[in-house]
Design a protein around this ligand. Structure first.
Ligand code: HEM
Length: 249
């Protein structure tokens, strides 16, 4: 027998087109970046040749450009997008956030979580952390991409740094010492080292955070049944009662 619904569900438009496109391009590019990144990390064990390694890094950077440009657009959108895509609905700051967090945690304890059209207060912590980690990965990736396969935007500057003379700059190729001044090269590698280390550490943290993000979404979907997952395709969530954050200015 069908369950009788006490109240009908109402659709609320939440995620605009830019946010939805960002989300799925981000997912696809991160899957590709992790796959190629793990291959780079294990290239010795996998018996990858030097040419193969250069190719892996080059492709990692190409996908990285898609990822970084997509992220830059989303960060710009936090200033001009709809109400739910802006910083005010993301950052876990301010008096209103604290109140909403209290209301949400209390309602969770009572087993009847109140609905939020935008991110719920716990999701705001997660999304903020994700943006920080993604930005760190984009910045460190763009720097190390310039130090090893000499790709834009910093590749030419690193070549200029390590060249024996301005004339040998054009001779510099990945994994070759032709035209390279040894001492400057060592200095450049020392400069690169912390960026690479951060890139690797953030990869591990990000992998864990992505798993937590997915678990959080699945948990909320099952508990709250607001169509959280389909909303990232359609833009619309469904609620029985008006969401807590719907009528805010
Ligand atoms: C979520 C995004 C990203 C993830 C999860 C990721 C992951 C990884 C991983 C696991 C490695 C191997 C690290 C190692 O060998 O120890 C790596 C290396 C690398 N990544 Fe990323 N990456 C991301 C974004 C980017 C971006 C945006 C760029 C540049 C546009 C980039 C450029 C590089 C480069 C050049 C390397 C090679 C480092 C080396 O010389 O060994 N990455 N990445």
């Amino acid at each position: 027998m069908k369950k009788q619904m006490a109240r009908t569900l109402t659709e609320y438009p939440v995620w605009d087109r830019t946010v939805r496109w960002f989300h799925w391009i981000n997912v696809l590019s991160i899957i590709a970046l992790i796959a190629i990144g793990v291959a780079i990390m294990n290239s010795k064990a996998l018996g990858v040749t030097t040419e193969g390694k250069i190719l892996l890094k080059t492709w990692h950077v190409y996908v990285g450009y898609v990822f970084a440009i997509n992220l830059a657009i989303r960060l710009f959108w936090t200033f001009i997008g709809n109400r739910f895509s802006r910083w005010a609905a993301i950052l876990p700051l301010g008096q209103k956030y604290k109140q909403q967090r209290q209301v949400y945690l209390e309602s969770l304890k009572q087993g009847k979580p109140v609905g939020f059209a935008g991110h719920n207060p716990l999701a705001r912590l997660m999304v903020t952390l994700l943006f920080i980690l993604l930005t760190t990965q984009a910045v460190t990736g763009l720097v190390i991409g310039g130090t090893d396969v000499y790709m834009p935007p910093f590749g030419d500057s690193f070549k200029a740094w390590i060249a024996e003379s301005p004339q040998t700059e054009a001779l510099i190729q990945p994994y070759s010492k032709e035209g390279v001044d040894e001492a400057s090269y060592k200095q450049m590698r020392d400069f690169r080292s912390p960026f690479k280390e951060i890139h690797e550490i953030v990869f591990w943290i990000l992998s864990l955070t992505i798993i937590l993000h997915i678990l959080g979404v699945v948990y909320s979907e099952l508990r709250e049944r607001n169509g959280l997952v389909s909303a990232m395709f359609t833009g619309k969530k469904v609620f029985k009662d008006t969401p807590v954050d719907w009528d805010e200015d």
